[in-house]
Design a protein around this ligand. Structure first.
Ligand code: NAP
Length: 323
């Protein structure tokens, strides 16, 4: 039986495909038909956690992974909404999905979720940090909720990841996987402040540096100077949170280099969800099928420390990545 899976080509000559003129190191993943059975490394004991999975892309990723035979812990901050999402998947015959409550912006919730997960499963194979918020309509740019945005989109995934890291060590895959659902709004070329950009690009970047950048942004918000300090111009607070998440992806990938953990960021593109008020170029199912394929690449093919974005045209289906 044939199915569409992803395979990685070597560093790409297809620079013209990149919508980002500052990209220096680009490789590309071309989605092509391959023999599913030859590439399937996982079993029904393979466990994936997906955050913010009661709707949108998170729900679609949970569904896709369950369809592919992975055991999915579908998490949501609201018990009722999460429970309904699991019921909907079970009604489609996807019985390997389990619900657990998790508010990523709340350290106490992260702690109790992690304790529950450790007691119940102990071993983690895949973490999809998907939950996020934006309080702006498409053409708005208020930073009124900047702290909540940082807590949910950056500090939350980071705290959850750090709490779950020890549980990757007995993964059934020879490579554990963390996929941070991010955005091209958080690309470094959106940053117009040269010293912050230089810091985030530097080889020696540390987690403390990243947190320093986030604190600096929040100080600029508090003092009302944020518009003149070279921060991204579109959805500024959200973009800074994703910039920080992308930087954390790189730092964590480096920390675990050669130790069986792949950490990547993935931008699903402009997708029809409540975050975009249902505007967008494609559905959450489309975006999730690409994200799930990335997270499930065979151990020998899965890269680490990359920022992937999906470029879909009528003739090709390509994922580009930049270090
Ligand atoms: N849609 C796009 O065009 C687009 C583009 C680039 C990147 N992304 C990224 O894709 C991911 C999914 O977004 P989406 O478009 O699917 O948005 P969405 O439909 O608004 O879904 C966001 C999900 O995150 C959950 N969430 C929010 N705060 C949370 C918290 N504190 N704890 C746990 N869950 C929380 C929401 O739960 P509630 O229902 O309880 O609010 C919801 O389930 C996000 O990381 C987003 O930044 C989206």
């Amino acid at each position: 039986m044939e199915s569409k899976e992803a395979t990685i080509s070597s560093p790409s000559p297809s620079r013209s495909l990149s919508p980002d003129p500052t990209s220096s190191t680009i490789c590309c993943i071309i989605l092509m038909a391959v023999d599913r059975h030859r590439r399937r490394w996982w079993s029904e004991d393979t466990v994936a956690i997906v955050t913010g999975a009661n709707k949108g892309i998170g729900f679609a990723v949970a569904k896709r992974m369950a369809e592919l035979g992975v055991r999915v812990i579908l998490t949501a901050r609201d018990k009722e909404r999460g429970g309904k999402a699991v019921e909907a998947l079970r009604a489609q015959g996807l019985h390997s999905v389990v619900f657990s409550c998790l508010d990523v912006s709340d350290p106490a919730s992260i702690k109790s979720f992690t304790l529950w997960f450790q007691k119940t499963y102990a071993v983690l194979d895949i973490l999809v940090n998907n939950a996020a918020v934006s309080f702006n309509d498409i053409n708005e740019n208020s930073v009124e909720h900047a702290e909540a945005v940082m807590k949910t989109n950056f500090y939350g995934p980071k705290l959850l990841t750090e709490a779950l890291l020890p549980m990757f060590c007995r993964s059934t895959s020879s490579v554990g996987r963390i996929l941070n659902v991010s955005s091209r709004l958080g690309s470094l070329n959106k940053l117009r402040n040269p010293s912050t950009k230089q810091l985030l690009e530097s080889e020696g970047l540390s987690e403390r540096d990243i947190e320093g950048v986030v604190s600096l942004f929040l100080e600029d918000v508090k003092s009302g100077r944020w518009k003149s300090q070279g921060w991204p111009e579109v959805w500024t607070d959200y973009s800074v949170s994703k910039l920080a998440l992308n930087a954390y992806t790189r730092v964590l990938a480096k920390r675990y280099e050669g130790r069986g953990l792949s950490v990547n960021s993935f931008c699903p593109g402009f997708t029809q969800t409540s975050m975009t008020r249902c505007k967008g170029d494609h559905t959450a199912d489309d975006a999730a099928s690409v994200g799930a394929r990335l997270a499930l690449l065979p151990p020998k093919e899965i890269p680490t420390g990359k920022f992937f974005w999906w470029v879909s045209t009528s003739s090709s289906n390509v994922i580009l990545s930049k270090l």
